[in-house]
Write a new protein. Structure first.
Length: 269
């Protein structure tokens, strides 16, 4: 009997624990720039996943089931730069990291990958309508309320959204490679919209500064995955969030929380 594929919330827990294990392995040291960037990037992908699950139906979200296995596997793999030789350890944080990374790999290549693709392409049989997030612009927030860094990038992302909507309109029979590419663009843009929906755009002090850095960095990473230009080099943006990743890992894990919505607050912003 085939083992059921893990839910997106379960994948988030494994990715969260992979990050915690990697940072535990280097506790008390000063990681190199690439290691700091990898930790920041893994934290960002957790945040993006959290926003997507909140905005698009949680574990039932077709974009999340399609997108998160790959995104979380990629960022967990990149943490090996932070761990170095400890990534091959048979005990301690290195072994824990490797176990969680392995589960993410297994989820990515689970036999249900075709079903995940089909669930997304079912949304693409015509232009997005109704509650579909891509049926409307990525953000209705006035430009003055958004970080200046994002203005040009949001223009590019909005053009990409319109292109995806246009590609959905004829609903032709699609080859597998073409379907995968369109589904990927659709899912990434849905995640970008979810990040923007969470934007506060008000307040002052450290919290609003952190929110701004996180939003710019997350959308920049999504832009890279769409083949667009990032706001500035991706490693700089993700490296700036290393301290946030460390602070996140000092908070209780999702497993330690008893609330039914605990996994939805996994990264919380």
């Amino acid at each position: 009997m085939r083992t059921p594929a893990p839910s997106p919330a379960q994948l988030m827990v494994h990715a969260d624990m992979a990050l915690r294990s990697a940072l535990a392995a280097v506790a008390g040291t000063e990681p190199a720039r690439l290691g700091r960037a990898a930790a920041g990037a893994a934290y960002l992908d957790l945040w993006v996943g959290d926003r997507l699950l909140r905005a698009d139906g949680g574990n039932h979200s077709a974009p999340a089931r399609f997108l998160l296995p790959r995104l979380l596997m990629e960022s967990a793999d990149a943490l090996s730069v932070l761990l170095g030789a400890q990534a091959q350890s048979n005990e301690g944080p290195g072994a824990a990291y490797r176990g969680h990374a392995r589960r993410l790999h297994q989820a990515m290549w689970h036999p249900d990958h075709r079903a995940r693709l089909d669930a997304v392409t079912a949304r693409l049989d015509g232009p997005p309508t109704g509650e579909d997030r891509l049926a409307r612009p990525l953000t209705s927030v006035r430009p003055a309320a958004l970080p200046l860094d994002l203005h040009a990038l949001l223009d590019e992302l909005e053009r990409e959204r319109r292109a995806v909507v246009g590609a959905c309109a004829p609903a032709p029979a699609r080859a597998s490679a073409g379907a995968w590419a369109l589904a990927d663009r659709y899912a990434l843009l849905t995640a970008a919209a979810a990040c923007l929906d969470g934007w506060r755009g008000a307040g002052r002090g450290r919290r609003i500064t952190t929110d701004r850095v996180r939003l710019v960095a997350a959308l920049s990473r999504i832009a890279v995955r769409l083949g667009l230009e990032p706001v500035r080099p991706d490693t700089e943006l993700s490296g700036a969030l290393f301290d946030e990743a460390v602070a996140h890992c000092r908070r209780p894990t999702a497993r330690a929380r008893t609330s039914q919505t605990g996994t939805r607050r996994l990264v919380g912003a």
